[in-house]
Design a protein around this ligand. Structure first.
Ligand SMILES: Cc1cc2nc3c(=O)[nH]c(=O)nc-3n(C[C@H](O)[C@H](O)[C@H](O)COP(=O)(O)OP(=O)(O)OC[C@H]3O[C@@H](n4cnc5c(N)ncnc54)[C@H](O)[C@@H]3O)c2cc1C
Length: 337
């Protein structure tokens, strides 16, 4: 039996076989399909239960088969990058998890200066490191963000005053019909930790093109090192976490408010509001999603009582995604032939 699987759950999984499981096996996929897979290794909090199925999607062709399949079969589905901003439920996931794999890690410098097209599964850290040698500046902050480029575009990730959209030139995505589309960044809505191109809208980012600033390798390296030093000093590095749990309210910091409410170090079960940084919740070993949620609610209630501010979570709940693409393609988007 899988770790974390109760006997009752194993029996249920063995006896209730949804029709889509058989139908999925009939697709001509080249991707690895993992059944009854623990999601603990697919998120940085190291929490959550078992998924019916995880597909490590290896190619655009496979993805273009999977999305229409999901739509037609009405399979509950979701997508995980590196799970570095995700709250995965203890009950796990009855359905399919898409996890972009090797075929989406490409790094293709283009002819235009300081311009590169990259795959959505490329690690943000790798992106930042690859910019050092050519001396491309601006996105050094990504070295401290342990997600993927797809997740960074979906979340408009940012740090140290910069964010993804500042350097994003073009995005490629698949809609639920399996059509590959692309559009310039300015045709898409982006604001603080929000992008119109999130799987929550039934779009899956596959690639993105960035134009960086001309700089020199030693300068880029210096910035990368400074970002890493900042993380080491200010954030809990050795305990599983999901980064900032709450968005910063306008003109203030969630960490300051939580600390002022006396919650730094507060514990629920196996989870704790970090004693180093109050906007981080760390897993002390046996933490659960229920523990994390209890701390999230406690922080929201106390901060509201004490400061009249409703903290909005930055962390995303793993949830069923729509079967239709909810955002109309921007006027300037076009299918890729
Ligand atoms: C130690 C630590 C430090 C962090 N620091 C920062 C920081 O400085 N700044 C910051 O912004 N964030 C930070 N984060 C949060 C997190 O790393 C970012 O939000 C990151 O961009 C999430 O990427 P991911 O690949 O892990 O996405 P996931 O967590 O797997 O998913 C996040 C969301 O993006 C969607 N998504 C993922 N991939 C795709 C795709 N290909 N297409 C469409 N939607 C997709 C998912 O559905 C989900 O809604 C930090 C996290 C940790 C653990």
């Amino acid at each position: 039996m899988l770790p974390g699987t109760t006997a009752a759950a194993a029996v249920r999984r063995a006896t209730v076989v949804p029709e889509w499981r058989t139908a999925l096996a009939a697709l001509r996929l080249h991707s690895r399909v993992r059944w009854d897979e623990s999601l603990k290794r697919l998120n940085t909090w190291r929490i959550g239960g078992v998924a019916d199925c995880v597909v490590d999607v290896q190619s655009l062709d496979d993805l273009a088969q999977l999305l229409p399949f999901i739509q037609k079969q009405r399979v509950p589905w979701t997508v995980i990058g590196k799970g570095s901003n995700l709250l995965v439920p203890d009950e796990g996931w009855r359905g399919l998890v898409l996890h972009l794999g090797k075929g989406f890690k490409d790094w293709v410098p283009l002819e235009a200066p300081q311009t590169v097209r990259v795959g959505a599964a490329l690690a943000d850290v790798t992106f930042a490191q690859r910019c050092i040698e050519p001396g491309w500046g601006g996105m050094e902050f990504l070295v401290g963000v342990p997600g993927t480029i797809g997740g960074a575009v979906a979340m408009n990730a940012g740090a140290h005053g910069g964010e993804i959209v500042d350097f994003l030139r073009e995005v490629y995505w698949l809609d639920m019909g399996g059509n590959l589309r692309h559009a310039p960044a300015e045709a898409i809505e982006f604001h603080y930790r929000f992008s119109g191109l999130n799987a929550c809208n039934g779009v899956l980012v596959t690639h993105a093109t960035f134009e960086l600033r001309e700089s020199q390798p030693p300068e880029v390296r210096k910035q990368v090192d400074a970002c890493l030093r900042f993380r080491e000093e200010k954030q809990p590095r050795n305990q599983p976490n999901c980064g900032s749990v709450f968005k910063n309210p306008e003109g203030d910091h969630a960490a300051r408010l939580i600390e002022a409410s006396g919650l730094k170090g507060a514990v629920r079960g196996g989870m704790q509001i970090s004693s180093l940084h109050a906007n981080f919740i760390v897993n002390r070993g046996e933490g659960t999603a229920a523990d994390a949620l209890a701390l999230i609610e406690q922080a929201q209630e106390r901060v509201f009582q004490d400061h009249g501010i409703r903290l909005e979570p930055e962390v995303q709940h793993l949830k069923p995604l729509p079967f239709e693409t909810l955002v109309p393609p921007p006027a300037s988007s076009s299918p890729v032939s």
